[in-house]
Design a protein around this ligand. Structure first.
Ligand code: 6GU
Length: 240
């Protein structure tokens, strides 16, 4: 799978991409990641990528005449990828969208900064506009890392334990939060590991775990048990 990242801050990705699971996925050839600096498409003397918004107001706007040629040239380097624009005004990314993205050959991630992208970038390129939640970041880079990490860990051979990704909370077959887990020591600061986990009775352990998942979900995320609130925000799901 190939990712192309278009950003004004390619250096932000260095530490992220050198993390062990990601760098192993890259080293094994399962994943290729290319970084492009949008500023390289600014050919004026000051390498301008942004400008003041028409109509006034705070902040700066990313210029269409820098971003559009950048996306077009990067897309033309190979069979065009699924174009994702990271923006707080997009549909909300979720595990279902990650599962869909994991089926794709190539994803192109466009990261913005400042007040936003000139609207004509979306009008011309029709990207899949994605947000990672209802909070504001300084730019799309951290959101792009969220997308990349959640997708790569679903690719075959990337995680050591094959079914650890499939049993995750929010994966297609599982709409419950995960149960509490414990490891040694059996007692820490007066807190004991639940007796049932030490019983050696696998059936009883499985039953306890399932009950804990339900309890936790009912307490913390009752929305997950209602199976989707019709009034809720539009989430990303599967694009086309
Ligand atoms: Cl994708 N970008 C920015 N700037 N802020 C966000 C976001 C994206 N998702 C949530 N907040």
């Amino acid at each position: 799978m190939r990712f192309d990242i278009l950003t004004l801050f390619p250096d932000l990705f260095e530490g992220f991409l050198s993390e062990s699971i990601l760098s192993a996925a890259i080293a094994s050839g399962r994943v290729t990641i290319n970084l492009f600096n949008i500023r390289d498409w600014a050919h004026d003397r000051h390498a301008t990528v942004d400008d003041r918004p028409f109509g006034g107001g705070p902040g700066m706007v990313l210029k269409a005449d820098r971003v559009v040629p950048c996306v077009e040239e990067v897309q033309a380097m190979a069979s065009p990828g699924h174009l994702v624009m990271l923006t707080p005004t997009g549909r909300v990314f979720n595990q279902r969208a990650a599962e869909c993205f994991a089926e794709k050959q190539r994803i192109v991630l466009l990261c913005g900064r400042y007040e936003g992208f000139d609207q004509r970038i979306s009008d011309l390129l029709s990207p899949d506009e994605l947000s990672i939640g209802d909070f504001v970041l300084n730019g799309g880079e951290v959101a792009a890392m969220v997308v990349i990490e959640s997708v790569i860990r679903l690719l075959p051979g990337v995680l050591g334990d094959e079914d650890s990704a499939r049993t995750d909370s929010f994966s297609s077959g599982n709409r419950l939060l995960e149960e509490p887990v414990y490891t040694r020591p059996r007692e820490y600061r007066g807190l004991e590991v639940p007796e049932i986990l030490l019983s050696g009775n696998h059936q009883a352990v499985d039953a306890w775990r399932q009950e804990q998942r339900l309890l936790r979900t009912r307490q913390r995320r009752p929305d997950l048990l209602r199976g989707g609130d019709p009034g809720a925000a539009k989430d990303a799901g599967c694009p086309e």
